[in-house]
Design a protein around this ligand. Sequence first.
Ligand code: DGJ
Length: 696
Amino acid sequence: MITVQDHLFVIETKNTSYVFGGGDVPFGIYWGKKLHGEELGMFYTRDCHSSFDPNLSRNREEYGFWDSYSVLESCLKVNYQNTRQLDMRFQGHEIHSHGEKEELVLHFRNSFTPLEADVIYEVYPEYDMIGRSMYLKNEGEPVEIEILKSGSVSIPPLDRYRIRYLKGKWAGESQINDQFLTGGAFTIQSRTGNTGAHFNLAFALDDGTADEEGGRVWFGLLGYSGNWQITLERTSFQDMKVTAGISSFDFSYFLNQGESIRTPVFTVGFTDGGYGEMSRKLHAFEIRHILPQKKTGRVLYNSWEATAFNVRVESQKKLAERAAGMGVELFVIDDGWFGQRNSDHAGLGDWYVNPEKFPEGLGELIRYVKGLGMDFGIWVEPESVNPDSDLYRAHPDWVYRFPGREPLEARNQYTLNLSLPQVKEYILDFMTRLLGENPDITFVKWDMNKTLTDVGAGDTRTDKALWYGHVRSLYEIWEKLRERFPHVEFETCSGGGSRVDLGILRYADQCWPSDNTDAYSRLSIQEGFSLFYAPRIMTAWVTDASLGDRKKYERPISYRFHSAMMGMLGIGADISRLSEEELAQFAQYIALYKELREVIQYGKQYRLSSLRTSPLHAVEYVGEDGGEAVIFAFYQGYRYEAACPRIYPRGLAADGVYQVEGQEAPLHGDTLMYGGIEGNMGGDFDSRLIRLKRIS
Ligand code: DGJ
């Protein structure tokens, strides 16, 4: 519920209150556990400290229009011909209701030119989430935007502030990092033109006491797949302001008369149920309000790690036969099926079927796969081009470059300038042809294997807008493709997990979180991923763990399956080399996954124990009504010969009676939750899958 009284804006969700003072400079008053919002007006005034801090409310600006009085990160800063200062005046507000979402819009208008800003709050009461964004419309002289953020939120005064965030690198994404913040600004960001693997655009903040089970946690995620920035600023006046949006690095955007721009959405939330509850809220919210649809995820096979670029119709058919035999539902051919793509040196950009590899076209393999009872999916990387390609030879001017300079080649490729209408058309055309001519393609893995470099097109005045233009065109293309091919599901991939964010997830059904498919390394990658993103989104393959030395990475089949079953199970191993016995084991695990997948993909997830702090790693998934649960447990105990800890399930009905598979006597939910289950594992790389069923 949203109420407004004497410039006091009170947003109430199921469990939280978000209160701010209005006027020309709205500022945060309270955000946290639900209180009596109307009583919070008492915190209202915080004025002057000295001539060095003339207005302390500015430290808590909800949306900082830079007018030279702000000392912290601003949200909007512009350049006019003769001034760089805005004078935005509050014009009024509107409240709308759209089913499960309420919306509050604050209108502002510049006093000296017709520049209008709507500061938007999208409120999801059931999930305790608020989406923050801004819509800017220019009816006056052209204006250059220099800083463009989605909004700021203020965290109440705490003794200490601890940020939890994800950092990483290619093949080592989503590593959880905790850090106490002292004074000054702390920024995580991407300057690589995509979401990036170095940091994910999400944060969680607590006072240093929250854990998986409880404690107050404030959190937020930005939905944007380009250069982004999240800055947390702590002042000497007990303020903690978090500002998120497009990165100000190398950013500029001209808004001409009649033009408008909307920022990405910064989704924020609060819980007093700790990190576990934060993740469960986010997972449910993403499934309900972010993802394009709610559809049970299929078990896929992807041939990349088996055949790499050597994709041939005959060998793919053989893999397909084996995949179908083990119960795979979706067969995906990866890189290498098109152009002269025999390695990563050539062919990218030439989206015709390679005639040597597929003499009868793609149709032959698609029909074969369909005949085996599976669906068909395909890999593309539309934003990139190899210099050794027909596309590049015909259009060297389609890639980002600075005049007279050769662009940087990484993985032997350049990036196409998606702001050029002809490039956008080219991508839309070939994708439309590919999916239109092959209606049995029902899955697309969209990859992007290079950061954006040389982002220029020859005009330094407007070039800085290309970063933003890339993302906008990308979203427009995905939106059109989803409209044209509603039966096709999309996976977002960027050399692993460099494009995982709530922006692309409005169009994608799932993500590829990392190229590191070693089941052990995956545990920490998946743990970090699960902090902010739902298991339904997280693809995980059982592979031969081909990264690095094969022997070093050898893991038991059971361990590999348990690790990959924690999200959207896929198979990426070279199954042509499996023995009959191994094939049978694969088939058994796939069948088991199908039995469990509703609980895994859509249930409530509890991180019970982590290898970060224990020799035991355990994650539980509980079905909607607490009727069924599954625990994946992994053990690394060899080093200290540590005794295997007990496993304490969560989320069961306390007085329900549960049958633990393999255990004779049924037990009550509370006995299990507080008495625990024997860990019963030894050595290294041991793992277990524990099923619990409520019987009364
Ligand atoms: C990077 C992806 O993450 C891999 O899964 C694979 O699709 C390769 N690209 C193909 O080039």
